[in-house]
Design a protein around this ligand. Structure first.
Ligand code: AMP
Ligand code: GLY
Length: 424
């Protein structure tokens, strides 16, 4: 088979690495890809939002399967464009990717189908939002831009003044662009966060092993929100009882709700959960693998990823026995100092060869480029260093040891990825 992967981050590197292991696959392309992905796939300079060019490329190269890694093209309808051309593609159509693309939609869906989530109201009008905050809100309160905002459109406000400022930032100053045309105001919840990713074929859902992300830039969960500074898998807090509750009350009901709405979901549903005192609740849905959740979940997956993706497309996921290794993995992101605000790039990366032939150690490239035959830094998040271990503690020790194998001028990382493991 010939496979095309759409995207350019660490997640897509992990997907490409896994697809390359499939005995069915003879050639992998990635659009646009990055420096590391070019080691397992042929990178093609077509942007992830250039749907017509992507589809034309897939036709010309007779691609048998396209896997969409990123949220923007999914929400924009790349799957519909591919399907119209008779191309096989893994991911939700536009009318289903709205599960991630509109938080107002997903909140209304959860309310209608009694899926546990924080109490909320949606607003199209800033005056109405401010009136609600003055009359009804309890603080802290959470403001969310409705649309895609690179994971940055969520504001936690401790006072009325902060919340009023937040409404202005999102709805009037349009800090997140049209993502802020609608605002969700949501109850503040506390608890541990868990990411559970799943494969879905429209009717059947099979969940993957759990993971936990670290969104803040600095140690001790300080600093700004980022795309994710590191992950571990599985989460020791995601117990069998919690899983049973979520399978029954969250996962299958979400798939059934989408089908009932005429928005059959095929692809990945990523459940961002909070384990509150009153039980697990949905923080958010994503319509794709998490980044960097993929970097710890995929290396532990036993199945042939291509087979599972095809089963989702064909509606035969019920026949797949999805299996994960009985071990653990930790990913530490090596970023450019200054991320997520401003940082320099273009620095040569030393030590990548240390990972060659090392079983259970992986270096997934997020923001790198190939310049004059040398891999250089090319983004805020540069590399995801992942290691497996028999236990979470061992995986964490291995991952941090492997971070020392890599050097570049403004290398920055958190030193407490997986600290929560010690409290389990
Ligand atoms: P989201 O993009 O919706 O996952 O939000 C980003 C982050 O904001 C989450 O990972 C949580 O840490 C935090 N967050 C979102 N919604 C809430 C909420 N209702 N209560 C507390 N924290 C929240
Ligand atoms: N790591 C969080 C996300 O991919 O949205």
């Amino acid at each position: 088979m010939k496979v095309l992967i759409i995207g350019s981050g660490g997640r897509e590197h992990a997907i490409a690495w896994k697809v390359a292991k499939s005995p069915k696959v003879e050639k992998i392309y990635c659009a646009p890809g990055n420096g590391g992905i070019s080691q397992v796939a042929e990178c093609v300079p077509i942007g992830a939002m250039e749907f017509d060019k992507l589809a034309a490329f897939a036709k010309e190269k007779e691609i048998d399967l396209t896997i969409v890694g990123m949220d923007d093209p999914l929400v924009g309808g790349v799957v519909d464009v591919f399907e119209k051309e008779g191309l096989r593609v893994f991911g939700p159509r536009k009318n289903a990717a709205i599960l991630e693309g509109s938080k107002a939609f997903s909140k209304d869906l959860m309310k209608k189908y009694h899926i546990p989530t924080a109490a909320y109201e949606n607003f199209d009008n800033p005056e109405a939002a401010i009136a609600y905050l003055k009359e009804k809100a309890e603080f802290p309160i959470v403001l969310k831009a409705d649309g895609l905002a690179l994971g940055k459109g969520v504001l936690i406000c401790n006072t009325l003044e902060e919340a009023e400022e937040g409404v202005k930032t999102i709805m009037l100053d349009k800090k997140f662009g049209s993502a802020g045309n609608t605002l969700v105001i949501e109850e503040f919840m506390t608890g541990r966060e868990v990411s559970v990713l799943s494969f879905v074929d429209g009717k059947t859902i099979k969940t993957m092993t759990s993971a936990q992300d670290h969104k803040r830039a600095k140690d001790g969960d300080q600093g700004l929100n980022t795309g994710g500074m590191g992950t571990f898998s599985p989460s020791p807090f995601y117990t069998k009882e919690i899983d049973e509750f979520c399978q029954k009350n969250i996962y299958q009901p979400t798939v059934d709700a989408m089908a009932a709405e005429g928005r059959e979901f095929k692809g990945i549903i990523f459940f961002g959960l909070m384990l509150t005192e009153k039980g697990p609740k949905v923080l958010e849905y994503n319509a794709r693998f998490g980044d960097p959740e993929a970097q710890v979940v995929i290396p532990r997956m036993k199945n042939d990823m291509v087979e599972v993706c095809e089963a989702c497309i064909d509606g035969t996921l019920d026949q797949i026995n999805l299996e994960f290794e009985d071990n653990a993995a930790v990913c530490v992101v090596l970023a450019s100092d200054g991320y997520p605000v401003s940082y320099e790039k273009g620095f040569p990366i030393e030590g990548l060869e240390n990972f060659e032939g090392k079983e259970g150690y992986y270096v997934f490239h997020a923001g790198t480029a190939l310049k004059d035959g040398k891999i250089v830094t090319n983004g805020g998040r540069v590399l995801g260093v992942t290691a497996k271990g028999a236990t979470l503690k061992e995986a964490r020790k291995n991952a941090y040891a492997a971070t020392e194998w890599i050097q570049f001028e403004n290398k920055y990382m958190r030193h407490d990825i997986g600290k929560a493991i010690d409290e389990a």
